[in-house]
Design a protein around this ligand. Sequence first.
Ligand SMILES: NC(=O)c1ccc[n+]([C@@H]2O[C@H](COP(=O)([O-])OP(=O)(O)OC[C@H]3O[C@@H](n4cnc5c(N)ncnc54)[C@H](O)[C@@H]3O)[C@@H](O)[C@H]2O)c1
Length: 221
Amino acid sequence: MPIHTDLATLKWDRLDAVLEAASQAALRTIAPQVLDRGVDLVALSAGATLDAGFLSSLLTAAQASGARIWVPSGAIGALDVVRAARVGEVKSITLTTTKPPVALADAPWVVDQGIDLSSIDSRQAIFSGGPVDAVRGFPQNVNVAALLTLAADDPDRLRVTVVADPDAPGNVHEVEALGSFGTMRLRLENRPSETNPKTSALAAQSVIALLRQLGSPLRFG
Ligand SMILES: NC(=O)c1ccc[n+]([C@@H]2O[C@H](COP(=O)([O-])OP(=O)(O)OC[C@H]3O[C@@H](n4cnc5c(N)ncnc54)[C@H](O)[C@@H]3O)[C@@H](O)[C@H]2O)c1
């Protein structure tokens, strides 16, 4: 397979889709070029969609050209339940992210609030708020919050809590949705990727799973 380092050299008429798995900045650069040509876009840097103006420009470009935008479920799950829940009445959607205190050390919220992580010797909530403030305070949580915001279709419906826990088994995401459908609780303990320890193994696997779905006559979820 040829390697292209420049979008201009791609054989656009032979492409089924372009997959972005690089950065929000890369997504912002390539997305308009891909969508304007009517080619489907798979975007892993979901955090960029928290910028309502950018998301709206993507949707406008896709609608104009007939291209579609696919956002893999990445490092989280339960998006299908949240998406279906909003068809009925939704009471609340919450994301609780629990990390060992050391993993929160450089977060802007921790620094700005002067939180002394070394004094935390048992599970303690250190932040509660909406996804936009959560992402500002904890940028490493950006993709998970963005995916749930997309699924909830409204940033005001999602509440985010960040917990520091010395006994946490790594990075844990818990999603709870309450609504007319009933109750959903998901607890995810993500393992790091063997080849890229700062990323969850599940994130890369979710991209491959999505590409398999796109090539299959059977779609579900
Ligand atoms: N949706 C999710 O749950 C989820 C989970 C993990 C990562 N991500 C996102 O996916 C993206 C990639 O994550 P990662 O952990 O693999 O990052 P990474 O930094 O380990 O790897 C990114 C790679 O892309 C390359 N790159 C960056 N900008 C580029 C550009 N403009 N053109 C070509 N190559 C470029 C870098 O050189 C690097 O090799 C990030 O934006 C990350 O936030 C999303």
